[in-house]
Design a protein around this ligand. Sequence first.
Ligand code: ADP
Ligand code: MG
Length: 232
Amino acid sequence: NENKLLELEKLAVVGELAAGIAHEIRNPLTSIIGFTQIISERVDDASIHDYLGIMMRELDRINSIVNEFMFIAKPDETMKASKYNINSLIADVNKFMEPQSNLKGIRINFDSQSEQITAVCDQNLMKQVLINLIQNSIEATEENGEEIKISLGQASDDKFFIHITDKGNGMTSDRLKRLFEPFYTTKEKGTGLGLMICRRIIELHQGTIEFKSDVGTGTEVTIILPVKIAST
Ligand code: ADP
Ligand code: MG
């Protein structure tokens, strides 16, 4: 199909660019971040301190874009899978996301009574997937809005599911179709790379990711993953 081919071509170009640019930017960026940190520790002037704070936040943003690009360049090489308890992996991610959700007054509700699931995965990559998805849900939900729900369970003998449900602004079917395109974003400060990376990571784990969404109702993401990754 023509669209699929176009998307693949786009990805190949993005990947090549990503490899080159990310490597070139990373080292100078690390030293700029380090020195900005040192300067802000030594400066007393309040307004300069504020400017340095803004610089640090923006540098963090560049840093995360560069990290995403690095991943696009070589995802398979970075995959290190072993057995993990998925319940505690999700709990860890929720802890990590709490400051951000608290800031908007949104509760992330993970049922601690969920079935215990142990599965083979790359812990860091799986965390990255969950962080990206929860972040999108937080961004889609209005302040002090409805909670974000996460559930986990056995899907079949050798598969498990993770559901992430929000009651945020939801999406039209046109938007749903474009979700995984690189650089597709509706946010002023979005990169449009988050879901593309999520899908790559889930595919590396031989799983699937699907979205259901309605404008005004919210969005439900379903991830299905094998408990064990078949060797290829
Ligand atoms: P970014 O978050 O940088 O925009 P993503 O790839 O993570 O990039 O998401 C792409 C787009 O998909 C978002 O800009 C948004 O329009 C839409 N989207 C993703 N998740 C949700 C969600 N839970 N609710 C509503 N829209 C979403
Ligand atoms: Mg995102």
